[in-house]
Write a protein that binds this ligand. Sequence first.
Ligand SMILES: Nc1nc2c(ncn2[C@@H]2O[C@H](COP(=O)(O)OP(=O)(O)OP(=O)(O)O)[C@@H](O)[C@H]2O)c(=O)[nH]1
Ligand SMILES: [Mg+2]
Length: 304
Amino acid sequence: MNLDFRSGYIAVVGRPNVGKSTLINALLGQKVAAVSPKAQTTRRRQLGILTTDNAQLVFVDTPGIHNPRHKLGVFLNQEAEESLPGVDVVLFLVDVSVQPTDEDKWIATRLSRLARRTPLVLALNKIDLVPAEDLAPLIEAYQALVPEDAQTIPLSATNGDGLESLMTAVMKHIPARKPEYEPEQITDLYEREIAAELIREACLQHLRDEVPHGVAVRIDEFTERGEEGAYIAATIFVERPSQKGIAIGRGGEMLKRIGTSARHAIEEMSGRKVYLELRVKVLKEWRKDEKAMRRFGYKIKKKK
Ligand SMILES: Nc1nc2c(ncn2[C@@H]2O[C@H](COP(=O)(O)OP(=O)(O)OP(=O)(O)O)[C@@H](O)[C@H]2O)c(=O)[nH]1
Ligand SMILES: [Mg+2]
C-alpha cells in the first residue's frame, strides 16, 4: 500500500458561465460534464474524479450561483451551496476577462466566511481573452474580494495554461487518505445520465433566447445492441407549444441538427456507435412547478 496516498474533495464554485465544467473536463482530460456558452448549463452536482499514482482528486462541479427567477434557479443555488460542507478545498472560479459582477461579490462574501474553516483558492479563468498588459488590475479587483491568504491562480481552461499551478495549489490542501473510488471511475453519473446532459447541451448549442433554458431531457430507452452500438430514445421537454415548434423546426430540421450534435458527443463520450431517436413534448411552465421539476430529479429541499 502507498502510505503517502492523498485523496480529497474540491468544490468548484462560481457564477454561471465562468467555465467550471470546462475546467473539470480539462483537468480530467475527458468530457464528463456539459458545457455551453449559455448561463446555467449545469443543473446538478456532478463529480469529476481524477486518480493518479499518488492521489485521488474528486472535483465537485456545481451549478452557477445566481439571482434566481424560477423555482429551478432556487434548486440550482441549493445544489451549489450544498456542495460546500465537508470538502477539503473550495475553488472559487471567476471570469477574469471581465470586472467582478455583483454575483461574484455575493459569492465571495459567502466563501470568505467559509474560508475560516475551509481553504479557498481563487482561480482566474479565461486569461486567454485578456491582453497581458490589462491583466494586473483585473486580478487585483478579484483578489480584493477574498481573504489575503487565498492563493490566486490565473489560468485558461480552454488552452490549458495554469492548470499545473492550479493542481499544485490544490494538492497543498489534500490530506493523506485512502482513495474512495476505483481508479477507472471518472464521474458519479451513469452513462445514460451523461447522455441526457449531452442532449441538453446540444439544445443549448442550437436553440436561442429563453428556449434552451426551459429544456429538460428524459432518457426513455437505452439499449445495448452489440456490434451496432447503443440505441437511445429520449424526450426533450419544453415549456410551451411555440417552443416545441422551434425545437422541431421546419420539416424537422432543427431536431435533426440537435440529434446529430448530441449523437456525436455521446459517441465520443462512450467510444461506440450510437443510434439516437429524439422527440419533443410540452410540459407547461415546468420550471415554475416543483412537482414537475421533481420528475427530472430537480428537488428543492425545504429549509429546516
Ligand atoms: N476563451 C475561453 N473560454 C472559456 C474558458 N473556459 C470556459 N470557456 C467558455 O465559457 C463558456 C461557459 O463554460 P461552462 O464550462 O459551461 O461554464 P460553467 O461555469 O460550467 O457554467 P454553468 O454550468 O452555467 O454554471 C463556454 O462557452 C466555454 O467554452 C477559457 O479558459 N477561455
Ligand atoms: Mg457548468
